[in-house]
Design a protein around this ligand. Structure first.
Ligand SMILES: [Zn+2]
Length: 199
């Protein structure tokens, strides 16, 4: 299975206006040094996330999958499904499973990768993807579309209000959190930065 990269173009031979006139409005432009890369999501891979999600449901799992491919050559690096039901690990969403699997093979982030997911990531996976830094996320269903047919909320949140919850001040969030008393709470951070600088 190959990812479709429709063009890696030198800006000198492909002015910005030409890129804007491309008929495929779903293309994502990325500026890398002097180059402009244009990638178009591969429908076959989005279809594959649906297929994997359905297979996972058939196995008693939740209906989510994540495929990570190389942005450069389209190689599929990992296919993952939500493993919460199978493992009892609440954090075993498909995106997290994929990131951990790639980390176990030595890949420390997803730069140079494209992540295909069944639905736009939940706040936990969205945060993980912000840390992992893939070049692009391609989602099959929007959060709203998912929310019309599926609810995975709990005591503190509902799917469709979860993002708003994060935007609230800490003291207004449904998850209780209070400051713990400690003499010097920032010493770990000062120590680390003293040893590593701003890396
Ligand atoms: Zn998630």
């Amino acid at each position: 299975m190959r990812y479709c990269v429709i063009g890696v173009l030198l800006s000198s031979v492909c002015p910005r206006d030409d890129l804007r006139s491309r008929p495929d409005s779903s293309s994502a432009e990325r500026h890398v040094g002097h180059r402009v890369e244009v990638t178009t999501p591969d429908p076959a891979l989005s279809a594959r996330t649906i297929e994997l999600a359905l297979d996972n449901v058939a196995q008693g799992g939740k209906p989510f999958a994540c495929i990570v491919v190389s942005a450069e050559d389209g190689d599929v690096l990992v296919e993952a499904t939500n493993q919460v039901a199978q493992s009892g690990d609440k954090s075993a969403h498909a995106e997290i499973v994929a990131i951990r699997e790639l980390a176990s093979r030595g890949r420390e982030d997803l730069s140079g990768c494209i992540a295909y997911v069944t639905a736009y990531p939940c706040p936990m996976c969205l945060g993980a993807l912000y840390y992992a830094e893939p070049d692009l996320v391609v989602y099959a269903a929007s959060r709203e579309e998912e929310g019309e047919h599926y609810e995975d909320g709990g005591r503190y949140m509902r799917l469709l209000t979860f993002y708003d919850e994060y935007a609230k001040p800490v003291e207004e969030r449904s998850l209780p959190a209070v400051r713990g008393e400690v003499d010097d709470p920032t010493v770990p951070f000062r120590t680390w930065t003293a040893e590593h600088g701003d890396e």
